[in-house]
Design a binder for this molecule. Structure first.
Ligand code: BES
Ligand code: ZN
Length: 454
């Protein structure tokens, strides 16, 4: 492995320069005005896969954004690893809070700042570059490899779901290597063995058939904003329990052992809160912060609007009010079942004087992977070798909906080898990625191919 590691060291600056080119492409999947950029980003990934040494590279168009596929199957008898990641990014607003423009990658100290730096372009790029290092030094890889890099992870992976089912032969593999999560702490090699699922809903409340003067009508008619606010306030009780009937029925309880394992991680709630400007934390009674965010289901309002929200004052009773409400789920909750329970509950608590429309926007299943799995073990060993430190295991509060489908459709073991940090502002202004972790990630990836091949 010495040649591979030396190659990675010696090409550090060029790797960073190439990453910058990737980060310059504004591949925001949710905004139609960026559709051309999605094609550009897909082409960029395809070209880099080709240049790294893969011998079959293809862009698959979908009804949404394209999927990039690449493979090298020159190691018969050896296992096949599928590397999954995403080239799409989140929108940049509020843009005024960025200290450097989101699509002009800027290095400050050890970090590179740009939208998508840590989620997930920087992390996708690590695997491209470890493959390149193998081909440039050995002309081959120790195992068979496939890449599948999508452009719709941030909007629910709908087209990838279909593609997976229709192309399960093409994607056949033994393990799926994913770097789209975080290290437990800077410099600490980490394998994530659990992800939360998601159920994302929209609730629209309609009162009067048009906006009304709040003096002429106020007090005599239902105000949809007041009604919606009251309904939302009834969704969680004073102990932080979600009141949707049946919500907890399928929740996998935290075992004593797991609670012990979380404690060993020495997580400082105080530091965690301070870093985000909070002196006091809240959540479900009877659980620690780590338990709340990793292993308990939650409900949050992600947006709420209605009436007048411009500058100044307007005396109005709006006709409508709307809220986006999402629930993070844990094994073995089913997002479709939860969506139905939520709708039923909302309809039940809605007063008769308003009309309520409930829409399910998207969802994803939670994941938990066995720690004894061969691929997981190889991942832990690989990171240990790259970092020269013992690997820790954690769960994650965020979601990557497609992971369960890999496990179910391809019968392959997912390995979540994330190199990001939860302090790297993903989905918010000034997203960045630590370049030392980038380098260690390339090495971890290379060690993984070696370890898993054995
Ligand atoms: N990379 C994240 C998942 C993640 C978040 C990992 C935080 C580690 C820490 C992923 O790209 C993401 O943001 N997923 C969405 C999925 C949703 C849009 C279906 C999420 O969790 O909100
Ligand atoms: Zn991501």
């Amino acid at each position: 492995m010495k040649e591979v590691m030396d190659y990675i060291e010696n090409n550090r600056e060029r790797y960073i320069d190439e990453l910058k080119d990737f980060l310059k492409i504004p591949s925001i999947s949710t905004l139609p005005e960026n559709n051309d950029d999605m094609q550009t980003a897909a082409k960029f990934v395809a070209d880099k896969l080709q240049a790294a040494g893969l011998n079959r590279v293809e862009i698959f168009q979908t009804e949404g954004h394209p999927l990039v596929y690449g493979e090298w199957l020159g190691a018969p008898g050896k296992p096949t690893v599928l590397v999954y990641g995403h080239y799409d990014v989140q929108p940049v607003d509020p843009i005024e809070l960025w200290t450097s423009p989101p699509f002009e990658p800027t290095i400050v100290g050890d970090n590179i700042f740009a939208r998508g730096a840590t989620d997930d372009k920087g992390q996708v790029f690590m695997h491209l570059k470890s493959v390149e290092a193998f081909f440039k030094t050995h002309g081959s890889l120790p195992l068979n490899i496939k890449f599948l890099i999508e452009g719709e992870e941030e909007i629910g992976s709908t087209n990838l779901s279909k593609f997976l089912i229709e192309n399960s032969d093409l994607l056949k593999c033994d393990a799926v290597l994913i770097s789209d999560t975080a290290l437990f702490a800077p410099g600490v090699p980490t394998i994530t063995y659990g992800l939360r699922g998601l159920c994302y809903m929209e609730v629209e409340v309609t009162g009067p058939s048009r906006d009304l003067h709040s003096g002429t009508f106020g007090g005599g008619v239902p105000n949809p904003i007041n009604v919606l606010a009251k309904m939302i306030s009834q969704l969680i009780d004073k102990d932080g329990k979600i009141k949707v009937a049946g919500f907890y029925d399928d929740v996998l309880k935290l075992s004593k052992q797991e609670r012990e394992n979380f404690k060993v991680l020495k997580f400082s709630e105080k530091k965690w809160g301070t870093a985000i400007g909070l002196k006091y934390l809240t959540g479900e009674k009877g659980y620690t912060t780590l338990e709340r965010i990793w292993a308990r289901p939650t409900l949050d309002c992600n947006g709420i609007w209605g009436g007048f929200t411009g500058q100044g004052a307007k005396t109005v009773i709006p006709s409508k009010a709307t809220a986006k409400i999402s629930m993070r789920l844990v094994p073995h909750q089913d997002p479709n079942k939860i969506a139905k329970l939520f709708e039923k509950h909302i309809k039940k608590i809605a007063p008769k004087e308003v009309k309520v429309k409930v829409t399910s926007l998207h969802g994803g299943y939670p994941v938990i992977t066995p720690l004894e799995d061969k691929a997981t073990k190889a991942g832990a060993k690989a990171m240990q070798l790259a970092f020269s430190k013992k690997t820790v295991f954690m769960r994650e509060g965020g979601s990557i909906p497609i992971v369960v489908e890999f496990a179910n459709t391809l019968k392959a073991s997912p390995v979540l080898m994330g190199l990001g940090l939860n302090t790297e502002n993903l989905h918010s202004p000034n997203e960045h990625f630590n370049l030392n972790h980038f380098q260690l990630g390339i090495k971890s990836s290379a060690y993984f191919f070696k370890e898993y091949a054995q």
